[in-house]
Design a protein around this ligand. Sequence first.
Ligand SMILES: Nc1nc2c(c(=O)[nH]1)N[C@H]1C(S)=C(S)[C@@H](COP(=O)(O)OP(=O)(O)OC[C@H]3O[C@@H](n4cnc5c(=O)[nH]c(N)nc54)[C@H](O)[C@@H]3O)O[C@H]1N2
Ligand SMILES: Nc1nc2c(c(=O)[nH]1)N[C@H]1C(S)=C(S)[C@@H](COP(=O)(O)OP(=O)(O)OC[C@H]3O[C@@H](n4cnc5c(=O)[nH]c(N)nc54)[C@H](O)[C@@H]3O)O[C@H]1N2
Ligand SMILES: [Mo]
Length: 703
Amino acid sequence: MTEKERLQKFKIPCEETGIEIRPTMCDICSPGMQCGVNAYIKDGEIIKLEGTDGFPVSNGKLCTKGASGRQYLYREDRIRTPMKRVGPKGSGQFEPVSWDEALDICAKKLLKLRDEDPDSVVWLTGYSKWYRPFLHRLAHSFGTENYLTESSACHRAEVMSYTAMFGETMRANFAGAKTVFCWGLNGLVNVYTLGQGLLQIHENGGKIVVIDPRMTHSAQQLADLYVRPRAGTDAALAHAVAFCILENGWQDQTFIDKYVHGFEQYKAYVETFTPERAEEITGVPAEHIRYMAQLLAEDPTSVIVPSNALTHRVNGFNTYRAVVSLSVLLGRIGYEPGLLPENDSFCHSDGGFQSLELQFIDEVRPSGCKCAVGKERFPLWGDMVDEGQAMDLVRQMETGDPYPIKALACFGVNNRMYPESDRLLAAMDKTEFSFATDIFWTDVCSHADIVLPVCTSYERGEVKCYAGQFVNFTKPAIKPLYESRSDTDVICELAKRMKLGDKLLEAGYDACVEYIFSPSGITDWEAVKNAPLPVPVPNAKPYVQGSFLENIHTPTGKIELYSEMTARYADRGLTPLPEYMPETMDPKYPFTFITGSRLPNAIHSRGHNVPWLRSLRPDPSVDICAADARDLGISQGDDVILESPVGRITAKANITEVANRGELLMFHGYKEANVNTLLPIDHLDNHTGFPGYKQFSVALRKA
Ligand SMILES: Nc1nc2c(c(=O)[nH]1)N[C@H]1C(S)=C(S)[C@@H](COP(=O)(O)OP(=O)(O)OC[C@H]3O[C@@H](n4cnc5c(=O)[nH]c(N)nc54)[C@H](O)[C@@H]3O)O[C@H]1N2
Ligand SMILES: Nc1nc2c(c(=O)[nH]1)N[C@H]1C(S)=C(S)[C@@H](COP(=O)(O)OP(=O)(O)OC[C@H]3O[C@@H](n4cnc5c(=O)[nH]c(N)nc54)[C@H](O)[C@@H]3O)O[C@H]1N2
Ligand SMILES: [Mo]
């Protein structure tokens, strides 16, 4: 091998090879992560990715998904040009058109509907967060509050639970903790940066308690105590822990007297949850429940970290509050380690300063709008969230009640997120007009009238905040592939073509960023773009310990164990106390189906088409415990049929101790085996509107 060949083979960046490194970031998963990436470029193509050393949070590491970023970016099913539907709606027959023609069609159709009724157009987005304030503002400038997002099924129910109790959203902070309760948290997989912190505590001799019906990686590798409740029984478990705390007088009564509202009602309620009664409900031995209470109470640094998964059930709002109530009893609020207020600066991440993001959205708010989708049906959501509740969208599209929806403007929308997923596609076929932007061709694209190709984080410039109070503004590492553009270009261009009079959106992404970030103190944006790593925010202010307690924004000015905001809707079945409610099972569908629990190699619908990620779990498979498999005559790798009252799918059996007796587990987002086709459209939490992804009933048999 010549020296030059050797340099080429090992992708060494230098003059001889023509390989160059450009800093960028991975936006495949959650906004709290988004790791720094060095892209190795040759002839305008990315030939290798690796983590950026010194990057906040990720510091040189990439997970399985990020390491597969090149395959993701160059996926075969990238949309190459704007497309116009030529066959009947839903036929999937399209032909390429120019950007000019595609955008003009969108602008013309949308303006016609706006003249008739702006609220008949719904602006809808899936997982991606980076363009959200822009899309939200566009909806407002267009004249409607019908802006709906994937947050209708993700994280917002946690925010609502905290808001009901604390008047704002909180985050469990375990820096300095020696005991951590991972309550439905699979840190090693879901948020690996959190997992790193847990690992460190574990290695330093701290105690980790994992509470999870699945025996996860975190349970196996981190837990000093693994508690395995039956799915959805956590509220009963938490109440029994509270029972033990109160029985022993371990609560922080001074804190409660000073800061807590509703303690007496709460106490009277949890007093019926003896550990013995809870053992019957949860399957967790009473002595383990007592030990949990002791562990929590005796270490003043103990912290409970509850997860989003607790809200993915029809009693999710209450389950989450039941768990958080324990931190209130012990007074672990407002100080580190404990629950601290969470302040998002921009696009769901905290940069330590208050940006003008909310003002950016609010200052063009239209007046006289109809009630946004889902806000009437889910009144607590309506009070707390400045978005429609997307889980009511299909119903409204199908019935026209309380008013017809005539168009969908979709940004990265995947119908497989929705219960009875195909109904969204059928409803799209009945619209007057709909368009979709996406990176890849999806089923939603097949049912749209116009499809617009957008690019990935590697191909666009993008601003982001990071924990530790940093800001990053990337430059495109490569040119957008094919004819794709960035979402924000599409949004700003639509604002222009519809002549909405929104000068700021018309001025483009960078101008909007400068405006939104003006309180940050950053003035030289070129310097931020050219910096090799994210830069510290000049005006960032660290949280002052204890300051949360000085001004609590609930109706009573206290932390509410009994939620007054929720009590307003008691006549609609909402419960001010965090009540445990057993789920009713139909004996025809005897298994509890827990869907979506994260896998290292999957990210919703997007990892299944990436070869490296797919190779780690080639088939859609359902986890079954050995005893259940034996009862049904099922062997490893058998095809099995899963059925619910609304659908049926086939998957491979995976017999594993990860699954508990009577419970089946499967990841979501597969085209050929979409678990959400089995999830009934009304299986929703009436407090938050969240779907019960993590608990519904199915039947199982060998195919
Ligand atoms: N059964 C079950 N279902 C679940 C869950 C579960 O636990 N169980 N979890 C729920 C949760 S928490 C979430 S967050 C949702 C996520 O649900 P989705 O929003 O459906 O997530 P994705 O499958 O990632 O799909 C988002 C779409 O956006 C596209 N996309 C990605 N990046 C961009 C971009 O920059 N611009 C544009 N325009 N498009 C882009 C993708 O190609 C994809 O088509 O799934 C929910 N669904
Ligand atoms: N690799 C990977 N990481 C991801 C994602 C991904 O798709 N892939 N998605 C990201 C997104 S959008 C989100 S919202 C977060 C989601 O974060 P989480 O909601 O925390 O993720 P899940 O894995 O769905 O659930 C966490 C754990 O809760 C457990 N669980 C389920 N039901 C119950 C129950 O009734 N009680 C208790 N105690 N535990 C229960 C599950 O078994 C699982 O191990 O993860 C993020 N991280
Ligand atoms: Mo999510």
